[in-house]
Design a binder for this molecule. Structure first.
Ligand code: ADP
Ligand code: ADP
Length: 225
């Protein structure tokens, strides 16, 4: 059965004159699948991700993860946004370990893994530096390290590299691909770039707007190593 099951979902914002952000969304996602979501601004990509994450209530239909209805952010999920918030007055390593503390896990159990992830993500030597010293691409790498340090089963990404230049974006896409091959986590990845959607995704969900809906789901049949 599906890992994430999205059935007949509608989502509107506002009570008095509701805006239909999502209409008749049906999508099943398998465990270990990499799903890319593309579509014009305002078609409901972010809304869909937030509904999967349990950060926005849906108006009709159902979303379940491993057969459990989603009504709060799942424990084993991590989410990365376009401009992720780093705490500039805490070190890079402290930022990476922030979720660990938030989840009530022991910081010292994750210290080594934090340093290892920073190394893998090209941030060797930056653990004791501060986010304000880093470039945009480096900051997003820190945000990804923070998201994956607790080894989430499900990784949700809302245009994580959208604010970056094309070269940095290509580098980070390659890293994301490597991460996915190594861990086979379930990933839902929103992007404006059809090329990166196809490069990374097992399937590309193409959305359209007014109302926000799924126009097409394309299987990408490119052999993977
Ligand atoms: P996308 O991510 O594809 O740009 P969004 O999910 O951000 O689309 O937005 C879909 C629609 O829902 C847009 O019309 C947007 O203005 C509206 N919308 C998104 N978030 C909210 C919100 N918190 N309150 C009211 N309307 C919202
Ligand atoms: P994107 O198109 O990249 O999703 P937006 O600039 O549309 O980003 O939205 C940024 C944030 O504002 C999102 O969290 C979205 O949910 C929220 N938002 C978008 N439209 C509205 C709206 N009309 N009212 C309130 N919040 C909104």
């Amino acid at each position: 059965s599906a890992y994430i099951s999205i059935t007949d979902v509608d989502k509107s914002y506002g009570a008095e004159s509701p805006i239909a952000a999502l209409k008749d969304i049906n999508l099943d996602i398998k465990a270990g699948e990499f799903i890319s979501i593309v579509g014009p601004s305002g078609c409901g990509k972010s809304t869909l991700l937030k509904c999967i994450a349990g950060l926005q209530p849906i108006s009709a239909g159902s979303i379940s993860i491993r057969n459990q209805p989603v009504n709060a952010p799942p424990e084993d999920m991590a989410i990365v946004f376009q401009r992720d918030v780093l705490f500039d007055w805490r070190t890079v390593l402290d930022n990476v370990l922030m979720l660990v503390e938030f989840k009530g896990l022991r910081r010292k159990d994750y210290h080594e893994r934090g340093l290892k992830l920073l190394r893998e993500y090209g941030l060797d030597g930056y653990a004791q530096r501060f986010p304000w010293e880093l470039s945009g691409g480096m900051r997003q790498r820190v945000a990804i390290c923070r998201a994956i340090i607790v080894d989430p089963d499900l990784l949700l990404m809302d245009e994580p590299f959208g604010a970056l230049d094309a070269m940095t974006r290509d580098d980070l896409n390659a890293e994301l691909e490597r991460l996915w091959y190594e861990t086979r986590k379930t990933v839902v990845f929103i992007t404006h770039g059809i090329d990166e959607a196809v490069y990374l995704g097992d399937r590309v969900v193409v959305m359209a707007r007014n109302p926000g809906r799924i126009a097409e789901i394309v299987e990408i049949d490119i052999p993977r190593p």
